[in-house]
Ligand binder design. Structure first.
Ligand SMILES: Nc1ncnc2c1ncn2[C@@H]1O[C@H](COP(=O)(O)OP(=O)(O)OP(=O)(O)O)[C@@H](O)[C@H]1O
Ligand SMILES: [Mg+2]
Length: 372
């Protein structure tokens, strides 16, 4: 489709000459001899570009461009100006005209000016379209996040209630009729109860996974050694009575959400503790170093380790490389770690050897806008 141009010149002969030549160049031209006629045309039909004379009796080219852009904000403009009025042409640029051309000019001078103005118009529109799409996507994401939160809430609410009913009816049954139930029946009841408890944990874990993706990120400078200290203190209760050699090296600070990063450390260190059960002593080391814009931290243990063949499964939701009989767990801890680290613009990897231990390394930016 030929690009529609509107040409305004109070000298009818000049206007017609422009129309004819630009038509030959492949444009769909419409010519008028006054600003008011130009505005009337624009109200009836869309033009990509307005090529206007500067000096016209009822309204000059600059005022016309302003009025034209009120009708169609996207229209490109070129003002044709005489030699003595270059500074007025500059004003025209400021008014939003894309370009100007000094009269008299030859056609082979005008055509590139027109293509340039049309290209600028195309880029301006593309930019607007991209901005619009970003806004749209952001709104969609906000809605999706709200939906997810609502879903998480209803899951916790709706699934917990019947689960509690199962558990308490089990307890009631045992209390009222337990004596009459033979040992085999007692075992079955115990299985029902353990199953219900496990489902409760799964729901809780799924909820915290959902939250790790939707919680807002508040970036702060994080004193990593302090944060590790807090997590170690909290985990101390779990490892009470065990022989654990823990060494925490001096760690670089980073820029992260402290609450979310604490969750990362908690999950990695509780894994290190869990998968070293049976080691005497269990050895766990936390290290870290600066690498360009990132701090790279590591948690190493001398525990059960794992087969690198399945390394890609580590971070999947509910994916486990050890059986419940060996080590209890849901398989959500590392998926939360990965989600949080990636939301900060970093990455996480695991390295292990069966029977020899494992190392988990993750990176976090140290400066604003460094990554992600
Ligand atoms: N330090 C480790 N040493 C050996 N294997 C590990 C280690 N950390 C994780 N794994 C393996 O990766 C799997 C996934 O870990 P993840 O933390 O996601 O789940 P989990 O520990 O099984 O359960 P939970 O959701 O309760 O944390 C584990 O089941 C285990 O097989
Ligand atoms: Mg875990």
């Amino acid at each position: 489709m030929p690009v529609p141009l509107l040409i305004v010149d109070d000298e009818a002969a000049h206007m017609r000459a422009l129309c004819d030549t630009l038509q030959l160049e492949g444009y769909a031209t419409t010519g008028v001899v006054s600003a008011s006629a130009a505005l009337a045309e624009m109200r009836g039909k869309a033009f990509d570009l307005l090529l206007t004379d500067l000096k016209m009796p009822e309204m000059d080219g600059i005022a016309l461009l302003r009025a034209a852009q009120e009708i169609d904000a996207d229209v490109a403009g070129i003002v044709m100006t005489g030699h003595g009025t270059i500074d007025t042409a500059v004003k025209a640029m400021q008014a939003g005209a894309c370009d100007y051309i000094v009269k008299p000019f030859r056609m082979n001078q005008l055509v590139p000016v027109i293509s340039r103005a049309l290209e600028a118009r195309r880029l301006r529109r593309l930019n607007k379209e991209l901005e619009r799409r970003i806004l749209e996507r952001t709104r969609e994401l906000e809605v999706a996040n709200r939906d997810l939160e609502a879903f998480a809430y209803s899951v916790s609410h709706d699934l917990h209630a019947p689960l509690r009913a199962i558990q308490s009816f089990c307890d009631l049954f045992v209390a009222d009729y337990g004596a009459a139930v033979p040992a085999e029946g007692q075992t079955l009841l115990a299985h029902v109860r353990t199953g219900a408890e496990r489902m409760g944990r799964l729901i809780e874990d799924l909820l915290s996974f959902a939250r790790s993706g939707s919680a807002p990120i508040n970036l702060r400078r994080v004193a990593m050694n302090e944060l590790v200290g807090e997590v170690v203190a909290e985990l101390g209760r779990e490892s009470a009575g065990r022989q654990v050699d823990l060494s925490v090296r001096p760690l670089p600070d980073c820029l992260a959400d402290p609450a979310l990063l604490k969750q990362v450390l908690f999950n990695l260190l509780s894994n290190a503790l869990k998968y070293t059960a049976g080691r005497d002593p269990a050895r766990i080391e936390v290290g870290g170093e600066l690498k360009e814009d990132e701090a790279v931290y590591s948690v190493t243990d001398n525990g059960a380790g794992f087969d690198m063949k399945y390394a890609d499964k580590l971070f999947g939701v509910f994916q486990r490389l050890h059986s419940q009989a060996e080590f209890k767990g849901t398989g959500i801890g590392l998926s939360i770690v990965q989600r949080i680290v990636e939301r900060h613009g970093g990455t996480v990897q695991g390295e292990g050897r069966p029977g020899e231990g494992a190392t988990f390394r993750f990176s976090v930016p140290v400066r604003p806008g460094a990554k992600g």
